[in-house]
Design a protein around this ligand. Structure first.
Ligand SMILES: Cc1ncc(C[n+]2csc(CCOP(=O)(O)OP(=O)(O)O)c2C)c(N)n1
Length: 827
C-alpha cells in the first residue's frame, strides 16, 4: 500500500491493481482502425506505444533492482514521463534529438522505428515498402505537402494485433535492443553503444540521438545551433556544394541529417529557468525575429518539480507562452492520443515553416527524483497518490481496454513478459566488461593524429599554390598576403582566417561584431565582404549562444570558428566549452564530434583601454579541461601556422581548440626600440607552409647571446617582455634562451624539460595569476620530470587588473623579469 514514498513496489502494485480493475469493453475493435473515433492512432499503433512505455517503466524498475545489490549506478528514471513515447512517434527517426534523462520511452520508440526501417525487407527503401512494415504504416509526410498536419500516422512498428494477449513475448522483441542499450548504461558496461560506460546517456548515432550531459538545459544552446546549421546546410546545391559567394567548389561538408530535418530537444520544467535555456529560447526567437530559420522543437516535460522545488502553479506555461518567436503547443502527457496529435501538429509546423516551437507536455514524476530521493521530506502522501492516479502507462492501458483493443489481463501479461525479459537482459549485461584502465577511459577523449594534421596542412598548401592559386589571388584582391610586406599579429591572423575560409568550405566565422565591423580590433576585417554573410556573420550578444551555435554547427559537419570578444566574457559561458564541447567525443566514443576553433581576444597590457574586463589574464579554468587545445600565438609568424594547425586538427580529429590572441600584441610593430619593426613578420607563401608547420604542443626557442646561462619559459606578452629582458641581460654577459610555449594545453613538456636542463636555471614568466596560473603547470612539469636545477617564478598578482597605470602594480614587467633573472643567477 502506498505510504509517503513511491517505491518500485508501490508503482508495480498500483499498476496491477489498476489493470485488474479495468472493466472489459463491450466488444473488440479492429486494431487496424482508429483506436477511438477520429483518433490519429490505430489500436495497433497505440499498443506499440504501450509496449514502449512498459519497456521504459520496466527499465526504471530494473535500475532500482540493480542498484539494490550494487550492480547499477544510475537510478534517475522516466516513470511518469512515458507520454514522450507519443512525441517520438510524431517525429521522424532522422530528426536529430537531444534528450532529457527522463525520455526513456522516446528512446525506445525511436530504436524500434529505426530497427524496423533497417531490418531486412522492412521497406527501408521507400521504393520497396514491404506490407505490414513500419514504412508501410507511415503515411505521406504531412510536411511535404499542404495536407493538414494532424493527418499523419506515426512512424511506428505496429504491434501485431494477434499478439495483444496470446503472444506477449513478441511484444517485447522489438524493444529488446533499446532496453539492452539502457541497461548497459545503468551497469556502466563498456559495451554500451554510445558512451561505452563513461556515463548513462541516451544516444546512438543510427537513431540520430545525440547524447546530452547531466547539466540540465546545457544542450539547448547546441540544439539551436544545430537548427541553424541544418538550415544553412540545406543551401547546399544538388551536387553537394554549398552555394554562395567565396565558396570553393569541392569538398562540401558531410551533412548528417536530411535537409528537411527538424531538431528536437527535451528537458524538465525546472530547467526552463536556467540561463542556458533562456539563452537558447532567446536566440531561437531572436533569429526568428530577424527572419532566419531555426527548425527546433523544444519539448518541456513538466512534472512540476525540480528535485524538491515546485514550479509555481502556471509559471511554466506562462513563461513558455511568452517566448517571442517561439510558438507554443501543449498536451497532456497522460493522454497518448492527444500527445501524439499535438506533437505531430507541432513537428509539422516546425518542419513546414522552419521556425521554432515549444511543446509543453504535462507529466508526473513517479518514484522520486532518483533512487536515493526521500520524497516524504517535501511532498505529502496525497500529492504522491494524485501523481500515481495520473500514471501515463496505466492511462494508455485504460484507453486500449476501453477501445476494445486488448483486455487488462492481456496488457498485464505484456507488462509481465516485458519485466521478465528486461530482468533477463539486465542479468546478461551485468557480466559485461567495464572500462578497465585509465587509458581505456581517455581513449575517446581527444584523439590526436599529428601526422595526419601535418598532411592536411600540406594538402592545403598544395591546393593554395596549385589549383586554388587563382581563386586565392582573387580572394585577396590580386595581392596575396605574402606580397603585402611585414604584417602585425592581427593582420597575420586575418590573412590566415581568409586562407582557412578558402581551404575549408565548411568553415564559418561568427561572433559579436565580427562581420560588419570586422571585429573590435579589426582582426576579421573585410572577411564578410570577401566570403559572404553566410560564412562570416554577426551573432547576438550572448556568449552562451555564440558557443551553442558553434556546438551545433560542428556537430552538423561545419567547421565553426566562433569568436569571444574578450576573455572575461568567455567565463560567463564556459560550461558550453567545458561541459559540452570538450565532453562530446568522450561521451560518444568519438561518434559525435564538435570540431571548433574558438578565437578569444584576451590577456592584459592594453595601454589606455583598461580595467579587468578588457585585460583579463585568467586561463586556469581552461587549462584543466581534458582534451582542450589552448594556443597562444605571440608573434605574427607563429599565428598563421598555429591557426592552420588548429583548423586542420579540428577537421581531422574533431579537436576543440581555443585560440587565445593577446590583444596587446595585435598591432605591436616593434620589439626593442620604437620603429625597429621587429615584431612584424612576413606571411609565408603556401610553398613554405609545410616547412613552417607548427605541431600542437611544440614550443619555440629564441637564443640570446650564448643562451647557456638561463632559460626563460613564457608565452604571450611574456615573450616580448622576456626578449627585452634577455637583451638587457646579454649586455651584462648573460646568455638566455627564451622559450615561447605557444601551447598552454597540451604543454610542450619535452621542450620545457630539454631547454631547462640545458642551463639548469629556469625563470618562469607567467602573465597569468600566481595562483592557478600557467606557471604552476610549468613548475609541476619540471618537478614531475625530475628537474634538479634552480627555478623561480615571476607571475601576475592574485588580483583583478585595475584601471589605468595601477595595472602595472599587478602585472609582470620586463623589469621584474630582469630582476628575477638576476636573483636566480646570484644563487
Ligand atoms: C546546471 C545544473 N544544476 C543543478 C543540477 C542538479 N539537478 C539535477 S536534476 C535537477 C532538477 C531538474 O528538474 P527539471 O528540469 O524539472 O527536470 P526533472 O528532473 O523534474 O525531470 C537538478 C537541480 C544539474 N544537473 N545541472
Amino acid at each position: 500500500m502506498l505510504s509517503d514514498v513511491t517505491t518500485p513496489q508501490d508503482l508495480d502494485d498500483r499498476f496491477r491493481e489498476t489493470l485488474a480493475a479495468l472493466p472489459a469493453a463491450d466488444g473488440r475493435r479492429d486494431p487496424a482502425g482508429p483506436v477511438t473515433d477520429g483518433a490519429p492512432l490505430t489500436g495497433a499503433q497505440l499498443l506499440s506505444l504501450f509496449d514502449a512505455q512498459v519497456t521504459s517503466r520496466q527499465l526504471d524498475l530494473a535500475g532500482r533492482w540493480l542498484r539494490s545489490f550494487g550492480e547499477g549506478f544510475y537510478t534517475i528514471g522516466s516513470a511518469g514521463h512515458e507520454g514522450n513515447a507519443a512525441v517520438a512517434a510524431a517525429l521522424r527517426p532522422t530528426d536529430p534529438a537531444l534528450l532529457h534523462y527522463r525520455s526513456g520511452a522516446f528512446y525506445c520508440v525511436r530504436a524500434v522505428q529505426v530497427g524496423a526501417d533497417t531490418a531486412p525487407g522492412s521497406g527501408a527503401d521507400p521504393g520497396s515498402t514491404a506490407p505490414g512494415s513500419a514504412a508501410a504504416a507511415r503515411p505521406a509526410s504531412p510536411e511535404s505537402s499542404e495536407e493538414p498536419a494532424t493527418s499523419a500516422g506515426p512512424e511506428l512498428l505496429e504491434a501485431d494485433s494477434e499478439s495483444a494477449g496470446t503472444r506477449p513475448d513478441g511484444a517485447f522483441a522489438a524493444y529488446a535492443e533499446a532496453a539492452r542499450d539502457v541497461l548497459r548504461g545503468m551497469v556502466a558496461s563498456s559495451e554500451e553503444p554510445i558512451a561505452g560506460g563513461r556515463h548513462k546517456v541516451f544516444g546512438r548515432a543510427d537513431l540520430a540521438i545525440v547524447p546530452t550531459t547531466s547539466t540540465i538545459a546545457s544542450h539547448l544552446p547546441r540544439a539551436v545551433g544545430m537548427g541553424l546549421a541544418v538550415e544553412r546546410l540545406r543551401r547546399l546545391d544538388s551536387s553537394g556544394r554549398r552555394t554562395g559567394p567565396g565558396v570553393r567548389a569541392s569538398g562540401a561538408a558531410h551533412v548528417p541529417w536530411p535537409p528537411d530535418a527538424i531538431v528536437v530537444c527535451s528537458f524538465g520544467d525546472a530547467s526552463v529557468n536556467h540561463a542556458s535555456a533562456t539563452a537558447a529560447f532567446n536566440t531561437a526567437g531572436w533569429y526568428d525575429h530577424a527572419g532566419l530559420r531555426i527548425p527546433v522543437l523544444f519539448v518541456c516535460e513538466d512534472n512540476g518539480l525540480g528535485i524538491s522545488v515546485r514550479s509555481p502553479q502556471g509559471w511554466v506555461e506562462a513563461t513558455l507562452r511568452s517566448k517571442p518567436g517561439i510558438r507554443y503547443f501543449a498536451a497532456d502527457g497522460a493522454d497518448p492520443v492527444q500527445t501524439y496529435e499535438v506533437a505531430a501538429e507541432a513537428a509539422a509546423w516546425v518542419r513546414r515553416h522552419r521556425r521554432p516551437a515549444v511543446l509543453h507536455l504535462s507529466t508526473v514524476r513517479l518514484m522520486g527524483h532518483a533512487g536515493a530521493d526521500a520524497e516524504s521530506a517535501y511532498r505529502s502522501s496525497g500529492e504522491l497518490a494524485a501523481d500515481l492516479d495520473r500514471d501515463p502507462v496505466a492511462a494508455t492501458a485504460r484507453l486500449l481496454v476501453e477501445a476494445g483493443v486488448a483486455t487488462g489481463e492481456e496488457l498485464l501479461a505484456r507488462y509481465d513478459e516485458t519485466g521478465w525479459q528486461v530482468r533477463r537482459l539486465a542479468e546478461e549485461v551485468l557480466g559485461e566488461p567495464k572500462l578497465a584502465s585509465a587509458a581505456e577511459v581517455v581513449s575517446a577523449l581527444a584523439p590526436r593524429r599529428p601526422v595526419r594534421v601535418a598532411r592536411t596542412v600540406a594538402d592545403a598548401a598544395a591546393r593554395a599554390s596549385g589549383p586554388g592559386a587563382g581563386a586565392r589571388t582573387d580572394a585577396f584582391g590580386g595581392k596575396p598576403p605574402e606580397l603585402a610586406g611585414p604584417l602585425t599579429l592581427a593582420q597575420s591572423i586575418n590573412a590566415a582566417l581568409a586562407d582557412g575560409l578558402l581551404d575549408h568550405p565548411q568553415m564559418a566565422i561568427f561572433g559579436e561584431d565580427v562581420a560588419a565591423k570586422g571585429g573590435v580590433y579589426g582582426v576579421t576585417k573585410g572577411l564578410r565582404d570577401r566570403f559572404g554573410a553566410a560564412r562570416v556573420f554577426d551573432t547576438l550578444l550572448d556568449e552562451t549562444s555564440v558557443l551553442g551555435l558553434g556546438l551545433g554547427a560542428g556537430l552538423a559537419g561545419m567547421l565553426p570558428v566562433p569568436e569571444i570578444q574578450y576573455l572575461a566574457y568567455l567565463h560567463n559561458a564556459e560550461d558550453q566549452l567545458r561541459g559540452e564541447a570538450a565532453t562530446m567525443q568522450f561521451f560518444s566514443r568519438g561518434v559525435f564530434r564538435n570540431p571548433m576553433v574558438l578565437r578569444v581576444a584576451g590577456l592584459a597590457y592594453q595601454e589606455g583601454f583598461g580595467g579587468h574586463f578588457h585585460n583579463d589574464n585568467s586561463v586556469a579554468v581552461l587549462r584543466d579541461v581534458p582534451g582542450l587545445v589552448i594556443a597562444v600565438p605571440a608573434r605574427p609568424d607563429d599565428a598563421a601556422p598555429m591557426l592552420r594547425t588548429c583548423l586542420a586538427s579540428a577537421a581531422v580529429d574533431g579537436s576543440v581548440c581555443v585560440f587565445l590572441e593577446p590583444i596587446a600584441l595585435y598591432h605591436a610593430r616593434d620589439l626593442y626600440a620604437e620603429g625597429d619593426g621587429e615584431w612584424l613578420a612576413g606571411y609565408p607563401e603556401p610553398g613554405a607552409w609545410v616547412s613552417g608547420h607548427v605541431p600542437i604542443g611544440r614550443a619555440r626557442v629564441y637564443r640570446v647571446g650564448s643562451a647557456d646561462d638561463l632559460t626563460i619559459i613564457t608565452f604571450g606578452n611574456g615573450v616580448r617582455m622576456s626578449l627585452r629582458a634577455a637583451a638587457t641581460l646579454a649586455e651584462e654577459g648573460v646568455g638566455t634562451r627564451v622559450v615561447d610555449l605557444r601551447w598552454l594545453a597540451p604543454l610542450p613538456v619535452a621542450d620545457i624539460i630539454r631547454e631547462s636542463s640545458a642551463t639548469g636555471r629556469v625563470l618562469v614568466v607567467d602573465e597569468t595569476r600566481r595562483s592557478g596560473g600557467v606557471g604552476e603547470g610549468v613548475i609541476a612539469a619540471l618537478v614531475d620530470a625530475g628537474y634538479v636545477g634552480a627555478a623561480r617564478r615571476v607571475a601576475g598578482v592574485d588580483s583583478f587588473v585595475p584601471l589605468g597605470p595601477a595595472a602595472r602594480h599587478v602585472l609582470v614587467s620586463a623589469e621584474a623579469i630582469t630582476d628575477g633573472a638576476r636573483t636566480l643567477l646570484a644563487r
